[in-house]
Write a protein that binds this ligand. Sequence first.
Ligand SMILES: *Cc1c(COP(=O)(O)O)cnc(C)c1O
Length: 395
Amino acid sequence: MSNVHELNYLKDQVQELKDQGVYRVLPVLEGANEAEIILNGQSVINLSSNNYLGFASHPRLKEAAIKAVEKYGVGSGAVRTIIGNMDIHEELEVKLAAFKREEAVMVFQSGFNCNAGAIQAITNKGDLIISDELNHASIIDGVRLSRADKAVFKHSDMEDLVRVLEEKRSNYTNCLIITDGVFSMDGDLAKLPEMVEIAEKYNCMTYVDDAHGSGVLGENGRGTVDHFGLHGRIDFTIGTLSKAIGVIGGYVAGNKVMKEWLLHRGRPLLFSTSLPPAAVGAIMEAVDLLSSTTEYTDRLWSNAKFFKAELGKLGYNIGNSETPITPVIIGDEAKTVAFSKRMLEKGVFVSAIIFPTVPKGKGRVRCMVTAGHTEEQLSRAVKVFEEVGKEMGIL
Ligand SMILES: *Cc1c(COP(=O)(O)O)cnc(C)c1O
């Protein structure tokens, strides 16, 4: 009999990944996550980070982080509900609430933690959660942790949402409709104005995870809710501090009662240590910077427009993105991985995204244009797309 500790059942599954050509090795970055990076000793153009505004290594953020370390140290020392809540955590929440034009904000250690903590805290047995089928994995996990019943509607299909509500709403106490603000794999926006109307008609609460909208859409990057002018009509807005903001963390924005309740029942807040001072200092600087200028968001959008137009001219299928997220859809999983490998050999890092992150047969490389790219870098990347596309018979 084989020794169970050899984990042969996992070895078999790993071998299967290798057979399917989808086994991964982590890329190792030697230095900051910028527009051009050193990867395995080679300088390459980076088209895969969520560092939309180039804030991850911005001098002002670095300086703010160092200042915070000097005053507060490197760790917060405890969970917030015990003694890990510093004045800078409080200050950050006030600043974020003002920026988001909401009554209150509760900060968590990541966007993932917001979904893992908030959804289960605000729903109960006898409630119904209705979720878009393409919602982010952290929403799916967050929903699983809730005692509420669950239903899914077809991606951005408001008729299907109404169908679910007609069928089920009357059997439940509260109903929560959850959607991504920006869908991370395709870059399309949720149909928030219609969704809000429907939610109001059926007396449902709304929950928008705006991880890819924060710092990208709306006035000075205030997000998708601001973009659609829906302040006060979305009950819970989740933002991440790990993407455009360039640091780490997440927050739930909404009204004061939301905050009071999450302070008592938001489990990642109660059982996991709060954000370190360096992160808090850097985030506050990022919010100040974003509030004071549209320079970064403007450059992000003009770079994205330029890059999309160039890829479109080549004849690639770049989907229906409405944001800087630019999928280049290849299809077959193994071919997508091979495409990404060949791009890297030629100096462009663009990661392959395949099943189960996207549906089978919808493999793509996902290009993330940032404010940090120069037009020269983007043009160079487009040239490589052309060469590899022709070489592999895609163009
Ligand atoms: C990235 C992402 C998250 C996770 O945010 P982190 O701060 O990286 O944990 C949550 N939701 C969505 C929609 C995301 O795209």
